[in-house]
Design a protein around this ligand. Structure first.
Ligand code: 4NP
Length: 161
């Protein structure tokens, strides 16, 4: 059984699809595509069915040379069962996810992605939507840091990988 990761932001068109595609890039380089599966979702319904934001796509391509694939979907309660680890981009996403787990059964599965950052000190991935190009670049750089450490962590702790 593959280890399943779900990255979550608000709209699922900027931060979480970037996290999903950065992680897939690292997983492929490590030859672990059969062992680690990634997906992403948004806490809101605003952009259901949309492709990743073109400004986000441009930043990911410029910095890492990757394409952002995917179509936005909304986080749903069944995701708690279907994923091993759920990674929120900011504290608001984190709170909104946990509000759907009223008895706290899945609390341990939900983390802030920036808890994995090693070279960056920010505790959240800032929402880049209403800002400029630098904000989108910052998202990519934060997520390269966090996803690299996350992959190391999974390889250390998941004995069957
Ligand atoms: P994301 O960015 O949560 O990183 O996908 C946003 C996308 C859309 C909106 C806000 C943030 N919006 O307000 O429509």
């Amino acid at each position: 059984m593959a280890y399943k990761l779900l990255f979550v932001c608000l709209g699922n068109i900027c931060r979480s699809p970037t996290a999903e595609n950065v992680m897939n890039h690292l997983v492929e380089k490590a030859g672990l595509s059969n062992s680690i599966h990634c997906d992403s979702a948004g806490t809101s319904s605003y952009h259901i069915g949309s492709s990743p934001d073109s400004r986000m796509t441009a930043a990911a391509n410029a910095i890492l040379g990757i394409k952002l694939c995917g179509q936005a979907r909304q986080f749903q309660a069944s995701d708690f069962e279907n994923f091993d680890l759920i990674l929120a981009m900011d504290r608001e996403n984190y709170r909104n996810i946990l509000s759907m787990d009223s008895d706290g059964k899945y609390h341990e599965k939900v983390r802030l992605i920036c808890d994995y950052c090693r070279t960056h000190s920010l505790k959240e991935v800032p929402d880049p939507y209403y800002g400029g190009k630098e904000g989108f670049n910052q998202v990519v750089n934060l997520l390269i840091d966090a996803c690299g450490v996350l992959l190391e962590d999974i390889r250390k702790t998941q004995v069957n990988l």
